[in-house]
Design a protein around this ligand. Structure first.
Ligand SMILES: Cc1cc2nc3c(=O)[nH]c(=O)nc-3n(C[C@H](O)[C@H](O)[C@H](O)COP(=O)(O)OP(=O)(O)OC[C@H]3O[C@@H](n4cnc5c(N)ncnc54)[C@H](O)[C@@H]3O)c2cc1C
Length: 408
């Protein structure tokens, strides 16, 4: 038998999170044999780790998740949506207001808990003859040969494929093993996330207030009185927020948000996440490619990280399918460069825009404060500019893969 017939899979994906599972589902649809290596045991108790993040998902992401067969697994009463967004600054009068009706769209975006989405993705892969899981398992080294790449696991087993995908998050071990540089900018901030119950209904409005330490967002969930909150703040303040008892936390939160949702009546388990922004120097090497947070991380202030990752997955599956249709090697560097050129540029723009927002909103210099309040009001009044921002944030603009463009 020739060596090439002995491959364990067409594609090995390290990381069975949101982006890795989406990619596996899209590839499996086209009969690529995928093998997912995941460090957690997602079938056991560790699958229910505390991760209270509620994610804002764009229309493009919903389309991709639908194409992956996962959106269909979500119960309707777990999917929130927002048709308006209100952003304002603690220090001043500037504000901006987005309304989906201005674009004749039903919603600006959808809100869903990260763990629920991951469960739906795993469910959609269950019983799929093209997808195999290795979990819990951690790669320890890589070996590149002419026609294949081999992943050696910590338990000593070897797995090989034409293409290896790093979908193992911001601290990607695969990226490190491949020696790809990942210049990072540490924001010296933590994001505290949890789900809260509020006195007043959210009426489908997402709200974000820029405080002196960072932005605080209330994201409307399926229940009218439930919101996912993300509070980006200094590490010291985040530790203090995590240490508070529930009553103190609820009061502090309501005050910080100017009582807009009324009282905060209850709050679920809290967790904090370090914030950084980064982009890998390269997205690909021969037979190796990076997707999702393994390739880039952004500040959660605009809720774009997972959305960019899902676009990576959709673009990569398209590039790989096109290569196979042309009888090209799916792990060839020239093939993977097409994905890199496509996604790196798009992600870079978003990275820079979010970085700019972050600095603009966090400066306490009088002149900057004045400019940003004026800027918010001007943008609010400048309809074409506002509509362009909305279309990008909703995932309706940019160089979108076909599955992201499909009609909902
Ligand atoms: C507070 C907060 C709020 C956010 N809100 C939003 C939002 O509203 N909208 C949005 O789009 N994005 C948001 N994001 C970003 C979003 O959560 C991430 O971009 C997304 O989770 C990245 O998905 P991923 O699959 O690339 O990586 P991850 O979710 O990190 O998944 C990586 C997977 O790889 C596994 N893994 C890691 N290392 C290894 C290893 N060595 N071997 C095997 N497996 C491994 C992990 O167990 C995990 O399953 C937010 C982030 C934060 C911190």
């Amino acid at each position: 038998m020739r060596k090439k017939d002995k491959l364990d899979a067409d594609v090995i994906i390290v990381g069975g999170g949101l982006v890795g599972c989406t990619l596996a589902a899209l590839l499996a649809k086209n009969e690529f044999r995928c093998l997912i290596i995941e460090e957690r045991d997602t079938t056991g108790n560790s699958a229910t780790r505390i991760d209270p993040r509620a994610l804002a998902m764009t229309r493009a992401s919903v389309n991709i998740l639908r194409a992956a067969g996962a959106w269909q697994h979500l119960s309707k009463n777990r999917i929130g949506y927002f048709s308006e967004m209100h952003v304002w600054d603690e220090n001043g009068t500037g504000e901006i207001h987005f309304d989906s009706a201005e674009l004749c769209e039903p919603a600006l975006g959808y809100i869903i808990e990260q763990t629920i989405l991951e469960q739906a993705l795993r469910q959609s892969l269950e019983g799929n003859e093209y997808v195999k899981w290795y979990q819990p398992a951690i790669p320890s080294s890589l070996a590149l040969e002419e026609n294949r790449i081999t992943v050696v696991l910590e338990d000593g087993s070897n797995l090989n494929a034409r293409l290896l995908v790093a979908a193992d998050g911001a601290r990607s071990r695969i990226r490190t093993l491949a020696g790809i540089d990942y210049p990072q900018h540490d924001y010296h901030q933590q994001a505290v996330a949890c789900v809260v119950e509020t006195e007043k209904p959210h009426v489908q409005v997402a709200r974000q207030r820029f405080l002196h330490n960072g932005p605080l967002a209330f994201l409307p969930m399926a229940d009218q009185k439930q919101c996912g909150i993300v509070w980006s703040t200094s590490p010291e303040h985040a530790s203090a927020l995590l240490a508070m008892d529930e009553q103190e936390f609820n009061q502090t939160l309501a005050q910080a948000f100017d009582q807009v949702p009324g009282e905060v009546l209850s709050s679920g388990p809290r967790a904090s996440f370090p914030l950084q922004h980064a982009q890998a120097k390269q997205y690909c090497r021969p037979r190796l490619v990076l997707v999702g947070d393994a390739a880039h991380t952004v500040h959660p202030l605009a809720g774009q990280g997972a959305n960019l990752g899902l676009l990576d997955a959709a673009a990569l599956s398209e590039v790989v399918l096109d290569a196979r249709n042309r009888n090209r090697d799916i792990g060839a560097y020239q093939v993977l460069r097409r994905y890199e050129r496509w996604r790196k540029g798009e992600n870079y723009i978003m990275l820079k825009v979010l970085q700019g927002f972050k600095y603009l909103f966090e400066s306490n210099l009088e002149i900057i404060r004045h400019c940003r309040n004026m800027g918010l009001d001007l943008t609010d009044a400048a309809t074409p500019l506002k509509h362009m921002i909305m279309r990008y944030a909703m995932g309706l603009a940019g160089d979108l893969p076909a599955s992201a463009r499909a009609i909902l």
